[in-house]
Ligand binder design. Structure first.
Ligand code: GLV
Length: 319
């Protein structure tokens, strides 16, 4: 019987479909197997359901000669060495589409929180530091009617643009992909601009690009410096897209009014510079964390494992 290593406990009952055709190696730890545990347990498995926090690289693959499929429980596949998988004929799948709305919801939540200082206010109230209402107290950035700049205009970026319409925001976006009939230049009523123009015009910048070698450090020190004074940055994509030190400095200097992050360079470690920065909302990588979304992600990952073990083609194949 095939053996399937399940990176972490999944939401819903999708795993039962896998259990019907394979023996499962599971953990009760909600954050899943550690690196050392993964390396030890992957040796004799046919399939791995990997979490975005689990690196699937040549070292791991070399320990798993029987591995046929890595079903990544995420849409981003930056944790997987795709070339190393392809070289070993290991199929890689992801979970596109099903987490679009949840991630866009969270991006908008961070946008509202960062602009209107909700978490900061919550901390003050809990600490007993709220002295009362005053016209100058807790002034934030205006959301309604502001210009939102979306970097990366795929499924999630466009879902954020749809939410922005409800707040009468002007939406501009930058994307390296050429427009297509299904994603025209003016999709979702948004205006395509260059990245430089976006940074110069946006009151709020929200990042929705995949992490690839060419996008690492996309929001560099220079680009953060090119944002409007008083602008707000939101990142729900991947931490390595943003220069965290430069962001922290811009918040301390007051050049940026606020930021909201769900993702970090070295999760779950958050840099001391970010922890010390003012007006920064820090979420613990929970973009896709609503129950129906996580159940749908589990279903896609489990479906891919069942398909490959049965000799079929998973629809959400990356490699
Ligand atoms: C989560 O971060 C994902 O890529 O799905």
């Amino acid at each position: 019987m095939s053996r399937v290593l399940v990176g972490a406990p999944l939401v819903g009952d999708a795993l039962e479909r896998v259990r019907a055709v394979a023996e499962l190696v599971t953990t009760d730890d909600p954050i899943g197997w550690s690196r050392a545990e993964l390396l030890a347990r992957v040796v004799d498995v046919d399939a791995l359901i990997a979490m975005p926090s689990q690196r699937v690289d040549a070292e791991l693959l070399d320990r798993a000669p029987g591995l046929r499929v890595v079903a990544n429980h995420a849409v981003g596949v930056d944790n997987v060495d795709l070339q190393a998988c392809a070289a070993r004929s290991v199929v890689v799948t992801n979970t596109p589409g099903v987490l679009t709305e949840a991630t866009a919801d969270l991006a908008f939540g961070l946008l509202l929180d960062a602009c209107r200082r909700i978490s900061e206010g919550d901390r003050v109230v809990r600490a007993g530091g709220w002295r009362g209402w005053g016209p100058t107290v807790f002034l934030g950035a205006r959301v309604t009617g502001a210009t939102l700049g979306i970097i990366g205009f795929g499924r999630i970026g466009r879902a954020v643009a749809r939410r922005a319409r409800g707040f009468e925001m002007r939406v501009i976006y930058a994307s390296p992909r050429p427009p297509t009939p299904s994603a025209p230049d003016d999709a979702e009523g948004a205006e395509r601009v260059t990245l430089d123009e976006l940074l110069a015009r946006a009151d709020v910048v929200s990042v929705h690009a995949p992490l690839r070698p060419e996008t690492r450090g996309l929001l560099s020190r220079e680009r953060i410096a090119a944002m409007r004074r008083g602008a707000v940055l939101v990142n729900t994509a991947r931490g390595a897209l943003v220069d965290e030190d430069a962001l922290a400095e811009a918040l301390v200097d007051g050049r940026l009014a606020a930021a909201g992050l769900d993702v970090y360079l070295d999760e779950p470690r958050v840099s001391p510079a970010l922890l010390a920065a003012p007006n920064l909302v820090l979420a613990p990588h929970l973009g896709s964390a609503d129950a129906p979304t996580r159940a749908a992600m589990a279903s896609l990952a489990c479906g891919a494992v069942v398909a490959v073990l049965g000799g079929g083609q998973p629809p959400n194949r990356v490699v």
